[in-house]
Design a protein around this ligand. Structure first.
Ligand code: PEP
Ligand code: MN
Length: 339
């Protein structure tokens, strides 16, 4: 059961609802979002009179949610949620293509990348300053210096930034640097302490990538960790899953898009770059993603792909990103959406 409090509800009213739920033998989990406070009630609700809970002061609505993921489930919120990133909507009618390099490298590379992303018509930019690499000897990212480089280059082109947080100890720095969207990568999808912290310490939007071999329900439960802390600004990103196939990097699970759209009210993106792992595959996978109903893409683009310090094989060049945008606009239009 989910208790949605009125926007005008007060702390004493929230406390009173929690006390009432405990008196019914239920465990309240209060999630304070920017727009609304939602209280999840865990326990045996068979005998509970919903109307009596609904009659409590400050309560807007009570919804019975059968799924184990409460706050992120579509049962708790029928309409699609639109996440606002500095006035740019993620979810809803507009599809967002988030372009940028795998890694932040140098100020010159970031300036050229930001110019290319903006020229292609993308409204947000990606780039990793902290890189989760398979080998400890591979380039690990420019760290805080990279975050600053990214901020400056993207700022000059009016692009909000999306960047990966790997370590909970860096969260304060991310917030100081005003990172606009925190990316939680594949390898950290079930880093529960990290999820709890981005849930309770900030309302900054979070892109939660799917774990390498995570099921849909594990993924939804990972998002629930963030939402339970009070951060409801969550965006899912499918980036390919590991299978027996080794002809390409990962297998893009397009099936996840309609499945997630049914199970959750939150937006769903696709990362065609880490799925196929080859630049030549990116346009085909991107077309499939948009046709399947994704709310956007996270695409790697480098000003000079052969020179990229990481994931050189899968990066589009600026011209290829521009052509892809044109092509995707046509598909979006057929679906009654825009890019
Ligand atoms: C990335 O987007 O830079 C990245 C490392 O992706 P993933 O976590 O999907 O591997
Ligand atoms: Mn990459």
């Amino acid at each position: 059961m989910i208790i949605i409090m009125k926007a005008s509800s007060t702390e004493p009213q929230i406390d009173a609802v929690e006390v009432h739920l405990r008196s019914l033998g239920l465990q309240p989990h209060t999630s304070r979002g920017t727009q609304r406070t939602v209280i999840g009630a865990i326990g045996d609700k068979r005998e509970i009179d919903l109307e009596r809970v609904e009659a409590l002061d400050g309560v807007e609505r009570v919804v019975r949610v059968m799924k184990p993921y409460k706050f992120v489930s579509r049962e708790s919120h029928e309409r699609d949620s639109v996440i606002d990133v500095k006035g740019i909507p993620i979810g809803g009618k507009t599809i967002q293509i988030i372009g940028g390099p795998c890694s932040v490298e140098t100020p010159e590379q970031m300036e050229a990348a930001a110019a290319g992303v903006a020229a292609a018509g993308c409204r947000l930019m990606r780039g990793g300053a902290f890189k989760p690499r398979t080998s400890p000897y591979a380039f690990q990212g420019k760290g805080v210096e990279g975050l600053k480089m990214f901020r400056e280059a993207a700022g000059r082109h009016g692009l909000p930034i999306v960047t990966e947080l790997m370590d909970v100890r860096m969260l304060d720095t991310f917030l100081e640097q005003k990172v606009d969207v925190i990316q939680i990568g594949t390898r950290n999808m079930q880093n529960f302490d990290l999820l709890k912290e981005v849930g309770r310490s900030t309302h900054t939007p979070v892109i939660l990538k799917r774990g390498l071999s995570a099921t849909i329900s594990e993924w939804l439960m990972a998002a629930e960790y963030i939402a339970a802390g009070g951060n409801h600004n969550i965006i899912f990103c499918e980036r390919g899953v590991r299978t027996y196939e080794d002809a390409y990097r990962n297998m893009l699970d397009v099936t996840a898009v309609p499945m997630l759209k049914r199970e959750t009210h939150l937006p769903v993106l696709i990362d065609p770059s880490h799925a196929g792992g080859k630049a030549w595959m990116v346009p085909a996978l991107s077309r499939a993603a948009i046709a399947a109903g994704a709310d956007g893409l996270l695409v790697e683009m480098h000003p000079n792909p052969p020179e990229a310090w990481s994931d050189a094989d899968q990066a589009l060049n600026p011209q290829e990103l521009t052509s892809l945008m044109v092509e995707l606009r046509g598909i979006a239009q057929v679906l009654g959406r825009n890019i």
